[in-house]
Design a protein around this ligand. Structure first.
Ligand SMILES: Cc1ncc(COP(=O)(O)O)c(C=O)c1O
Length: 389
């Protein structure tokens, strides 16, 4: 029997994900029963909280092949990006004041770099090809004796393109430069191995992987080379002095459980989601003359970014608002009227950026929802093209 479809169908999993019921269940005792302060361990309340925080560190570390002591809890990937970039810049400014990043990064990285530029650092913004991949030869050319950090994202939040992080890590290591990667969209969705990929700092977020909002972490290498950023928040010295402030114990517990689930279900989940994004892509290409943005193969399995020529993306999203929840790009910039900086960086005209939409599929979607979304998008595209022809 076909399950009835509950609308609107959520297909914006890159913006955020619902908390997995198993995660919520794990978190609940830590609000009002085991509510202790993880730093006040003189009594059992605090000790229980500290133990739970430690367990989460282990769960997260094991997903990314790190050690628990290399996980610093933050409020999310935005804060982790700031701590990584500002922290390294401030700590190593005697070596030099140069950072290398790229044009398609998230605003959490781009605006942090811009902030440092205002304070006197120089930043190289590497270009990308039409699929969103940085040119590795240009990366090598950009590195100077004054470069202290390379910050390149693992997977792009708009077009899903996955960077060649292993090669980038090799280049960074060969030049003795720290590598930071924003893996907010990658960790928990595709394999990430900080050791095998020579990553020194890595930002991760809980709410992109079915954990609660307001929790995140920064992986900070302590073994096989050590990186020591300065803190950006001063206070009581929690998280090895790098992130002061009482730990968000329920959030941290939820993040750990979310990463543990991701570790055991990633393979089957990503296979299922890839089948569905491929089904959508081929329907949109063959029935609506749509074109894919981003890399056709090196992309997140649950991502699909499509260009519908002649269709205003905002009008399409609005028309579908009670049926399918999709977006025109990154959640953090949807209030802007500017075209997506990512699509422009691929070399496309603003017209293409204004006519592109992002589909982000996830754990709680069903095959019926995918077919429903295909049908609704196709009929809305046809309708809008007729009106504006
Ligand atoms: C690539 C990337 N980096 C950083 C962030 C910000 O993450 P958070 O909401 O955890 O601060 C996001 C979320 O949109 C993202 O996609």
């Amino acid at each position: 029997m076909l399950m009835p479809i509950k609308t609107p169908v959520y297909m914006d999993y890159h913006a955020t994900t619902p908390v997995d019921p198993r995660v919520l269940e794990t978190m609940l005792p830590f609000f009002s029963q085991d509510f202790g302060n993880a730093s006040s361990t003189d009594h059992l309340f605090g000790a229980r909280a500290a133990e739970a925080v430690q367990k989460s560190r282990e769960q997260i570390a094991s997903l990314i092949n790190a050690r628990p002591e290399e996980i610093i809890f933050t409020s999310g990937a935005t804060e982790s990006d700031n701590l990584a970039i500002q922290g390294v810049a401030n700590s190593y400014k005697e070596k030099g004041k140069h950072i290398v990043t790229c044009t398609t990064e998230h605003k959490a990285v781009l605006n942090t770099c811009k902030y440092l530029q205002d304070l006197g650092w120089s930043v190289t913004y590497l270009p990308v090809d039409k699929f969103g991949i940085v040119d590795l030869a240009k990366l090598e050319e950009a590195i100077t004796d004054h470069t202290v950090l390379i910050s390149l994202m693992f997977a792009n939040n708009e077009i899903g393109t996955i960077a060649p992080i292993e090669e980038i890590g090799r280049i960074a290591r060969a030049h003795g430069v720290f590598l930071h990667t924003d893996a907010a969209q990658a960790a928990g969705h595709i394999p990430v191995d900080v050791d095998g990929m020579n990553i020194d700092l890595m930002s991760i977020s809980s709410h992109k992987v079915y954990g609660p909002k307001g929790a995140g972490a920064l992986f900070l290498r302590r073994h096989g080379g050590r990186v020591k950023p300065l803190p950006i928040i001063q206070g009581g010295g929690q998280e090895r002095g790098l992130r002061s402030g009482t730990e968000n114990v329920p959030g941290i517990v939820g993040m750990g459980k979310a990463f543990e689930i991701a570790r055991s279900e990633m393979d089957s989940e990503s296979r299922r989601l890839l089948q569905w994004t491929e089904r959508m892509r081929s329907a949109f290409e063959s029935k609506a003359r749509a074109e894919q943005n981003g890399h056709p193969i090196q992309r997140l399995p649950h991502n699909l970014n499509m260009y519908f020529k002649g269709v205003d993306a905002k009008a399409l999203i609005q028309m579908l608002v009670h049926e399918v929840a999709i977006s025109a790009g990154s959640a953090c910039t949807t209030r802007e009227v500017e075209p997506s900086h990512v699509l422009l960086a691929l070399g496309f005209a603003p017209e293409r950026a204004y006519s592109s939409v992002r589909f982000g599929l996830g754990r709680f979607n069903t095959g019926e929802e995918v077919d429903f979304a295909i049908e609704k998008v196709l009929s809305s595209v046809a309708h809008l093209r007729k009106i504006f022809a």
